[in-house]
Each structure stands twice: as structure tokens, then as C-alpha cells.
Design a protein around this ligand. Structure first.
Ligand SMILES: NC(=O)c1ccc[n+]([C@@H]2O[C@H](COP(=O)([O-])OP(=O)(O)OC[C@H]3O[C@@H](n4cnc5c(N)ncnc54)[C@H](OP(=O)(O)O)[C@@H]3O)[C@@H](O)[C@H]2O)c1
Length: 273
């Protein structure tokens, strides 16, 4: 049975909470407050990135909370302008210093920048081997990018963080990742709010006495995918974690799967050579 404390075991044995708080576009005090509320609501996983400009605030909120550091899983990411072996090592050191939480739990390549991603992955392997990060992974990698990486890497990424919701049900990518022991992690699970008023979605959500956002988060979890909805609002942070008292039926899972229309609300990495 899924609970807010549910974790997945990554391919290197590290436990990663299935539900996390995304903090993209939450800046300064707003971010700090959101992380504080999330930890109080039972979240034990925060997803940030250098690009979000809020690593300092995430670190501050985690340190200030009553929750022991080792119980909180923090992800940050290598930004596109920091690729290359030496540059990636430097960027990681800066992120780690801003977070000020000791070893990072998960460090991801944010985007598969062509011609540079291999060197950056080598840097992430070094960081992992030196114990500076407990796990390494990628984000926005298509099957093609993953095949290329797996052909060269010494260490298999633990996760691939990609856009994933019923309108972009990436079944082939999910199957590919499962076959290679890479966990899929869903960003923009709420379509950035764009599809929350969809009438079909509302009808299914109503049946379970849940909000459209709750239904979408639960749909991701029932696909065995990690999920990181973003909210900077206390009520919605709590709402998004109140998803453990119902289960979407197999029939409704299929109905939601069929929403797929290859719709990207964030960005589409298919064009990255
Ligand atoms: N790796 C990548 O390239 C990448 C790309 C995009 C995102 N991400 C990560 O994934 C996280 C989530 O994705 P996202 O921020 O793009 O979008 P999202 O989680 O799909 O949606 C966030 C939006 O939905 C609203 N919202 C949250 N809960 C709601 C609820 N219960 N009812 C109604 N509206 C609700 C939020 O507003 P309020 O804040 O006002 O509640 C915000 O406007 C990011 O924060 C980031 O950590 C990663």
C-alpha cells in the first residue's frame, strides 16, 4: 500500500521517496516557506536545480526543520551552461555549497546538451565515486539519449526525470527505463495547471471525491513513477500529498492513459541531437 513515506530503491541501493516537492519558480522566502510547509506535511523529498536560483533557500529550510537531514532527499541539477568535465565539477561544488547540506542525494544532468553530455556524465561519475553525491541521474533524456549514454557509461543513471502526465504518457520511455533499471521521475505532473480544468479529468476525479490535481499525482504513482508536483501554497502542498486514501481503478487508469496526445507543456528534448 502506498503511503507518503513510500520510497523506491534505486539501482545503487539508495532509497528515494516517491513523492517530492518541486520548487521551480518559487524564489526567495516563497521557496523557503514552501519547503517548510512540505516537510511539515510529510514530504521528505525536494527537487531543485541551479537554474531555479533557490538552492540556498532549499538548504536553509531543510536545515531549519525538525526533520533530520538524513531523512530528507534533495535533488539538484547541472545547468546547460556548465557542461564539460571540469566545468561540471565546479558547478556541482557551487550547488553543494549553496545547499550546505553535506552530500547531495541526487545530482542530475538537467538537459542532454549535445557534444558535451558525455564529458559531463564522466564528471558525475567522479562525484559519485568520491561520495559527494549519493546518486547520479539524468533529465530530459529520450530513449536515443539513454542508449547512447548506456553504451559509454561506467555507472547507469538511477533516474531519468522527464515530463510525464496523461497528455504525455511516455509509455515507451517508461518501459525502456524499467528494462534498464532506471527509475522514471515525473516533472510537470499537473501540466503546470494548464489541463486541470479538463472536463473528462474532472469527471473521473469527482468519482473518487478527489481534486483533478490529486488524481493526476496518484495516476503517476500508480505507474510506479516518482512524482514532484510544485506548489508554493500551503493548502495545495497539503492537498497534493493527500492521495493515499484512494486507488484509481484499472479501468480509469486506462481511461487516463488514453488522454495521451504527445503534449509537452514544458520543453521537448526530442530535437536535441
Ligand atoms: N527537469 C526539468 O527539466 C524540469 C522541468 C520542469 C519542472 N521540473 C521540476 O518539476 C516540478 C513540477 O513541475 P512544474 O513546476 O513545471 O509544474 P506542475 O507541478 O505540473 O504544476 C505547478 C503549477 O500547478 C499549480 N498547482 C499546484 N498544486 C495545485 C493544486 N492542487 N490545484 C491547482 N493548482 C495547483 C501551482 O501553483 P501554486 O504554486 O500557486 O500552487 C503551479 O502553478 C518543478 O517545480 C521542478 O522541480 C523539472
Amino acid at each position: 500500500m502506498l503511503t507518503i513515506g513510500s520510497t523506491v530503491t534505486l539501482n545503487n541501493g539508495v532509497e528515494m521517496p516517491r513523492l517530492g516537492l518541486g520548487v521551480y519558480q518559487a524564489r526567495g522566502k516563497t521557496c523557503e516557506q514552501a519547503v517548510t510547509w512540505a516537510l511539515a506535511a510529510g514530504y521528505r523529498h525536494i527537487d531543485t536545480a541551479k537554474f531555479y536560483g533557490n538552492e540556498r533557500e532549499v538548504g536553509r529550510a531543510v536545515r531549519a526543520s525538525d526533520v533530520p537531514r538524513e531523512e530528507v532527499f534533495v535533488t539538484t541539477k547541472l545547468w546547460n551552461t556548465d557542461h564539460g568535465y571540469d566545468q561540471a565539477l565546479r558547478a556541482f561544488a557551487e550547488s553543494q555549497q549553496k545547499l550546505d547540506l553535506g552530500p547531495v542525494d541526487l545530482y542530475l544532468i538537467h538537459w542532454p546538451v549535445s557534444n558535451q553530455r558525455d564529458e559531463s556524465w564522466r564528471a558525475l561519475e567522479t562525484l559519485y565515486e568520491e561520495g559527494k553525491t549519493r546518486a547520479i541521474g539524468v533529465s530530459n533524456y529520450t530513449i536515443r539519449h539513454l542508449e547512447e549514454l548506456l553504451g559509454k557509461a561506467r555507472i547507469v543513471p538511477v533516474v531519468n526525470q522527464v515530463e510525464f502526465h496523461p497528455w504525455l504518457f511516455q509509455k515507451d520511455l517508461l518501459n525502456f527505463c524499467s528494462a534498464h533499471n532506471i527509475r522514471l521521475e515525473a516533472y510537470s505532473p499537473l501540466t503546470k495547471g494548464e489541463r486541470l480544468r479538463n472536463p473528462q479529468l474532472a469527471t473521473i476525479a469527482k468519482k473518487y471525491g478527489k481534486s483533478p490535481a490529486q488524481l493526476l499525482i496518484r495516476w503517476v504513482l500508480q505507474h510506479e513513477v516518482i512524482v514532484i508536483p510544485k506548489s508554493a501554497n500551503k493548502g495545495r502542498i497539503q492537498e497534493n500529498a493527500d492521495i493515499y486514501d484512494f486507488e484509481i481503478s484499472a479501468e480509469d487508469m486506462c481511461r487516463l492513459d488514453a488522454f495521451d496526445e504527445r503534449y509537452h507543456c514544458t520543453w521537448n528534448p526530442a530535437g536535441e541531437p
